[in-house]
Design a protein around this ligand. Sequence first.
Ligand code: ZN
Length: 198
Amino acid sequence: MEYYTNRMSKLIESLQGLPGVGAKTAQRLAFHIIGMPEEKVTMMAESMIDARKNVCYCKSCQTLTDGELCPICSSEKRNKRTIMVVETVRDMVAYEKTDSYKGVYHVLHGAISPMVGIGPNDIRIKELITRLNGDVDEVIIATNSNVEGESTAIYISKLIKTLGVKVTRIASGVPVGGDLEYIDEITLMRALEGRKEL
Ligand code: ZN
């Protein structure tokens, strides 16, 4: 027996395609959407379409941006000679919130994880290497301190060292296995200040 109309089922099904949304949550969200004022739903749907169409990757640091270069890469105030390598845009945001880092970033969009079939070519390592053309003094590796983050750090540091660029790793003050975005700003600042050369 069909419990919902076709349109309702289609909505529930598409919501279920989102990460972390199971069948129950999808149903709850679908009912909520149906109860919302129509113009609010239109605004929400339009912002999704607009973001999907127009948000792209910064051609320098690979973060998400509306233009060619993100605001950080195009800022005169940022030191382009220091690059901090992070796994995700959310990690970058976490460091930005500390307000203490004045360099630029490089977003890998993941970490090396052979267990789930993610190799070095699946994340943005190539793009990082092409940035190291002589104008960079230090690369700070701020990947997570779990197995994937550590193996990514080792892989990248080996590559970069052959280019003669200084490579550092944030201090192990960051709890093992802890996602950077859930760590408070003071811990992140200490991790950054206590970084060690690899
Ligand atoms: Zn950028």
